[in-house]
Design a protein around this ligand. Structure first.
Ligand code: PEP
Ligand code: MG
Length: 568
């Protein structure tokens, strides 16, 4: 900005807090492959990137093959062997020459080679060629994933105190940026319960969306303020503005300290009903906050975030170590491990197949049932890690009873196999269902017979029930909509009549405004990011069950969300 005048932009507040730092623009994510012309002198670097993506793919395939062979999956091991051999195929190896000749980035060249191959072979109906086409697609997705993973390493170089600005920040970029020390996010796209917003909330990073930054893009870093309370972004703040926000930061720090002091007070309602307030965590590092947060356990471990720390699918041993460590740190506190919920806006699993409509496609439990080798490795890792502990496994995005039964059976088979081998097993295994698809809620009376506990995911439930995009800041995303409240109530009644526990781990659990309402609807465990726990416990202590039930009854009778809002 030539004149360096203060500029105030108004957007949507996705995560509260104040950040003061230097703004850095992140180039748009390459959902579609960016076509970049390269210089002759850059060709060898691009080729090097391609080779290391091939090498990572090979390592991953060898690991998978090893696992399959050990498990007696000879047929699957054979298919994987074909993929390993295909890494030497001219289709794959010609990319290097084409990079030199076309002088374009690796992704563009690679994609064009695969497209040509698909065009050629999709017309041939012979089953051999059709199968080969499937193999090429599968392998190319694996390679492309590794290319993207390397591309993201650019975020590693982000200076400390940065505020990341971008059209959209995907969860993997957010995690990478936070590791580099980013202190705030500003985007055009992104909703309050998008996974990037959830990451920001769990780490306490102010996030403002719905800001069109196009006209403000600058080369160098510049000072800016992110006001995650009012949804404001201030570029080139004046001295007065800076002083005002610095003072606000100090006040916030002392508020956090005060909240922490009350973190270990009980979480009983005035009339003595105990509510468990637990923590949602995304990685092992989050466990460091558990003791101070006053959490009664881990209500949700989003295990898919492990993929953000690894460039390849994690081996059984690696996973098992992480799970064991979490259980050890938790000690006597219960831990609920959710199986990989990949898909939707969490497209960061290697070999994940991009889809036209990801939120409605092969996501979570569907993905796992289609990729039993990934499912089984995770189940075994959890079972092994839990020797001497209770193991709680949560199945994501269950939409019908068949899925629940199939997944349960797979876990039980793995448990039996381990038992036969004499491996130490969990003291008790409980399998629960995420209740976040309307079809599951409607069937909750029958679902309750098939599992050991329910956990309501209001983020997805709201998205699917109201047909509203959780990643869009302008969508009509209202988790306290009367229809959602009725669904929560229905699910808690089903859980009650089948004597299974029920918790709620969507973002709604982090907002004290909703705490009495949720208690009144029958929820007895709330799970939210650790930093919100003291405030939620305080909200529990400030209500009675009778008042909460009265409020819930009135809210469910409201015709619209606006009416619920005025009740609250
Ligand atoms: C939810 O959908 O409410 C939930 C807790 O899961 P996630 O946000 O990870 O999809
Ligand atoms: Mg969900």
């Amino acid at each position: 900005m030539a004149d360096q005048e203060e500029i105030i932009l108004n957007g949507a507040a996705l995560c509260d807090g104040i950040a003061i730092g230097s703004g850095h623009f992140l180039k748009p994510i390459e959902d579609t492959v960016p076509e970049i012309k390269i210089r002759t002198s850059d060709a060898e670097t691009e080729i090097e990137r391609y080779r290391s993506a091939l090498e990572s793919s090979r390592e991953e395939l060898l690991g998978l093959q090893h696992y399959m062979a050990r498990e007696g999956g000879d047929e699957a091991a054979g298919i994987i062997d074909t993929h390993i051999q295909m890494l030497e195929d001219p289709i794959i190896t010609q990319v290097e020459d084409r990079i030199r000749n076309q002088l374009q980035n690796t992704e563009t060249v690679f994609r064009s080679v695969i497209n040509e191959y698909e065009d050629q072979f999709s017309k041939i109906t012979d089953t051999y060629f059709q199968q080969r086409l499937v193999d090429v697609r599968d392998l190319s997705q694996r390679i492309m994933w590794h290319l993207r993973a390397r591309h993201k390493k650019e975020l590693d170089a982000l200076p400390k105190n940065s505020i990341l600005l971008s059209d959209e920040i995907v969860p993997s970029d957010a995690a990478e940026a936070l590791r580099s020390g980013a202190m705030g996010f500003v985007t055009h796209l992104g909703g309050a319960t998008s996974h990037t917003a959830l990451i920001a909330k769990s780490k306490g990073v102010p996030f403002v969306a719905d800001i069109d930054l196009q006209s403000y893009i600058e080369d160098g870093p510049f000072t800016m303020v992110v006001d995650g309370f009012d949804g404001k972004v201030i570029l080139h703040p004046t001295k007065e503005t800076l002083t005002k926000y610095q003072a606000l930061q100090k006040t916030l720090q002392s508020q956090v300290k005060k909240a922490q002091e009350s973190a270990h007070l009980p979480s009983d309602t005035i009339d003595g009903l105990k509510i468990n307030v637990m923590a949602n965590i995304e990685c092992i590092e989050d466990m460091t906050q558990i003791a101070a947060s006053g959490a009664a356990g881990i209500g949700l471990f989003r295990s898919e975030y492990l993929f953000l720390q690894e460039e390849s699918a994690m081996s059984e041993e690696r996973q098992s170590k992480v799970y064991k460590r979490i259980l050890e740190i938790a000690g006597d506190l219960p831990v609920t491990f959710r199986l990989f919920d990949v898909g939707g806006d969490k497209d960061f699993c290697p070999t994940f197949v991009p889809q036209a409509n990801p939120a409605l496609g092969c996501r979570a439990i569907r993905f796992l049932l289609q990729r039993p080798e990934i499912f089984r490795i995770q189940a075994r890792a959890l079972l092994r890690a839990s020797s001497g502990f209770n193991l709680r496994i949560l199945l994501p995005l269950v939409s019908d009873i068949d899925e629940l039964k199939q997944a349960t059976l797979l876990i039980q088979i793995e448990q039996e196999r381990l038992r036969k081998k004499g491996v130490g097993l969990p003291l008790k295994l409980s399998i629960g269902a995420m209740m976040e698809v309307p079809s599951a809620i409607v069937m909750s009376d029958l679902m309750a017979k098939e599992c050991d506990f329910f956990s309501i995911g209001t983020n997805d439930l709201t998205q699917y029930a109201l047909a509203t995009d959780r990643s869009d800041p302008r969508s009509n995303f209202e988790p306290a909509h009367p229809s959602i409240l009725r669904m929560i109530h229905r699910t808690s009644q089903a859980a009650d009549s089948h004597h299974i526990p029920i918790s709620l781990c969507g973002d709604m659990a982090a907002d004290p405004k909703f705490t009495p309402l949720l208690i009144g609807l029958g929820v007895r465990t709330l799970s939210c990011p650790p930093r919100y726990i003291p405030a939620i416990k305080e909200a529990v202590r400030s209500t009675t069950l009778t008042d909460a039930q009265d409020l819930a009854k009135k809210a469910m009778a409201c015709p619209t969300y606006k009416d619920v809002q005025s009740l609250l």
